[in-house]
Design a protein around this ligand. Structure first.
Ligand SMILES: NC(=O)c1ccc[n+]([C@@H]2O[C@H](COP(=O)([O-])OP(=O)(O)OC[C@H]3O[C@@H](n4cnc5c(N)ncnc54)[C@H](OP(=O)(O)O)[C@@H]3O)[C@@H](O)[C@H]2O)c1
Length: 298
């Protein structure tokens, strides 16, 4: 198994699940030393940059299946977002076809909602849409895992007894433990009966931020207050900083997405989760268990 993005928020759990299953895994990374600190000695590593076609072709030797979990949502990478999340992924798919590697698992956004993507002018949405079109029109054996913001988002909005949510969040939104995505992606990659299937990666029910703050409070045994932060200041800051770094502008769009999550799609999470449970063998991690494991520093 070759994984692009194996050191990322989701990718690290995909690698861990593959390693646990004793499946030989090769992690493509720009920095082996940093990757080893995170993932240990068990995976094989390939040092390279997806912006370099030779790097990609070099990594494909002895590979049976590929998992793509690349992202450029970082202040230092955002200017290269199209090159990393679109152009490089297309190159990976081209080179996989040439090397007769058929099985591809692609970690994507939760759903391709064309209207919402164009309303928010969401660049990442256009890139993922193009990749998914490319897969749909290929002879590759592919599976797309559409991911919502993971439980990590609740942690990143919580500081000093307060969950501060820019814009307040949507009334309901799906979320998932990154560990569950790791397990499902690992299982999907070793199966070949999931061709042309797209899954919504969701826990058993959708959430609202105030409800999550309550649930975190009961696990931690102390009050986590929910507060809505008006988006106005963030929007102004994103416009002012845009000429120097477009990251904040992209972050604002992401936050707008969090605040415009389609309710009907969020409601489907209950059924979507049942599909995951009937297709994959795993025990979903509850929000409470995730908080117990990950929120210790709060
Ligand atoms: N996180 C979320 O809440 C969320 C929500 C919805 C959808 N998703 C989707 O999930 C996927 C993964 O997102 P993530 O948040 O897990 O990513 P992430 O934590 O930002 O990690 C990005 C990964 O991309 C790799 N990468 C970036 N530039 C590279 C380059 N030039 N060459 C080689 N590798 C490069 C990094 O590897 P190295 O640093 O090791 O080189 C890293 O492993 C994306 O498709 C994203 O759209 C994520």
């Amino acid at each position: 198994m070759l994984i692009f993005g194996g050191t990322g928020n989701y990718g690290q759990y995909i690698v861990k699940s593959l390693v646990q299953r004793k499946i030989p895994v090769k992690v493509f990374t720009r920095d082996i030393k940093r990757a080893k600190k995170k993932l240990g000695e068990e995976p094989e590593y390939f040092e390279g940059d997806v912006l370099n076609r030779e790097s990609i072709t070099g990594s494909l030797v002895n590979v049976k299946a590929i998992i793509i979990s690349l992202s450029a949502m970082h202040p230092k990478l955002i200017r290269k977002q199209k090159k990393i999340e679109h152009d490089a992924v297309m190159t990976i798919l081209d080179e996989a076809e040439k090397s007769q590697i058929k099985r591809i698992v692609f970690i994507s956004i939760y759903d391709i909602q064309k209207e919402l993507i164009s309303k928010l002018k969401l660049e990442v949405g256009y890139y993922k849409m193009a990749i998914e079109d490319r897969l749909a029109n290929s002879n590759l054996n592919w599976t797309v895992l559409g991911c919502p913001p993971s439980y990590m988002i609740f942690e990143s909005f919580t500081r000093k007894g307060m969950m501060i949510v820019p814009g307040g969040g949507s009334p309901i939104m799906p979320s998932v433990a990154p560990q569950d995505v790791g397990e499902i992606a690992a299982q999907a990659a070793i199966r070949d009966d999931l061709n042309k299937k797209r899954f919504h990666m969701t826990s058993a029910e959708p959430f609202s931020f105030p409800e999550v703050a309550e649930r975190i409070s009961s696990v931690l045994g102390r009050k986590i207050k929910y507060r809505k932060l008006p988006l106005f200041g963030l929007k102004i800051a994103s416009i002012v900083t845009y000429p120097f770094n477009p990251y904040l502008r992209h972050l604002v769009k992401y936050v707008q997405l969090l605040n415009n999550f389609p309710t009907d799609l969020a409601k489907q999470a209950i059924e979507d989760h049942k599909i995951l449970r009937s297709t994959f063998e795993y025990e979903p991690m509850s929000l409470e268990d995730y908080v117990r494991i990950s929120f210790k520093h709060l």
